[in-house]
Design a protein. Structure first.
Length: 249
């Protein structure tokens, strides 16, 4: 198995080529299609390999080296956060053996809405403050509470930027597309970049390619198969458009 550190090093090489020597802090999310047509990709281990590669990206960008993960069919499940500790086993432990909705149809809008909720619409916790010392503490020299640790840099609206890798092997139905357009358009108001990854038959992804062409915070990548090298995946995911977005953060 390729180690997580080696994958992170490959990400660093691509970033250096793109002249991003010190990436800003960006939270990393993964949304994985778990419809019936994707079953073989899970059973063969291809989705585990893909998720491991995303964790390699997180090690270079995310504030704590973790990946916030969702699976989706017609509905969705928000899964436990992926960490370096469950590298190589996450999909088996939390998806294949998890009590989640799987092998159904395909809808994008419900999970996209939850992703925006999770990263940006939910209220941010109040920052920790150093407690004031009481009279007796000042009198007898009691120690003050430790200061709050420094927080990661945040954008103007108080949230860290986020990069979501949205992986699907099939097209969503027409009745889902209007809401998807609305959500992607709304997400332009947040520091959020979507990498839409279509796997398989290119005729399945006309809609994704169309919305990516329309919106500056949405990229599209078509892959005939996910069974390609780390270098190929990272070269194609870390696009010039994404790099321009990153530099602006």
């Amino acid at each position: 198995m390729i180690t997580l550190e080696k994958r992170a090093a490959k990400v660093a090489i691509v970033l250096e080529k793109r002249q991003i020597l010190k990436p800003p802090v960006v939270r990393v999310g993964a949304a994985l299609d778990i419809s019936g047509s994707a079953k073989a990709l899970y059973k063969s281990g291809v989705i585990q390999e893909t998720h491991d590669r995303i964790l390699g990206i997180a090690l270079k960008f995310d504030d704590n080296g973790e990946v916030d993960t969702w699976t989706f069919t017609e509905g969705f499940d928000r899964l436990p956060t992926a960490t370096p500790d469950n590298y190589g086993a996450y999909i088996t432990d939390f998806v294949l053996n998890g009590d989640i909705d799987k092998w159904g149809g395909t809808q994008y809008a419900p999970v996209m809405n939850d992703i925006v909720d999770f990263f940006f619409r939910a209220p941010e916790p109040a920052p920790r403050r150093e407690a004031k010392r009481g009279f007796l503490s000042r009198l007898f020299g009691g120690a003050a509470d430790a200061p709050a640790p420094p927080s990661a840099p945040v954008s103007a609206n108080g949230h860290l930027p986020a990069w979501v890798l949205f992986v699907t092997d099939g097209q969503n139905p027409k009745n889902d597309r209007k809401r998807v357009r609305q959500l992607l358009a709304e997400s332009r108001h947040y520091p959020l970049y979507w990498s839409l990854v279509g796997v398989g038959d290119p005729s399945e992804f006309d809609f994704l390619e169309e919305v990516a062409d329309e919106m500056p915070n949405v990229g599209f990548l078509h892959l005939e198969s996910l069974d390609v090298s780390d270098e190929q995946i990272y070269e194609q995911l870390i696009t010039q458009e994404f790099c321009d977005w990153v530099r602006a953060k």
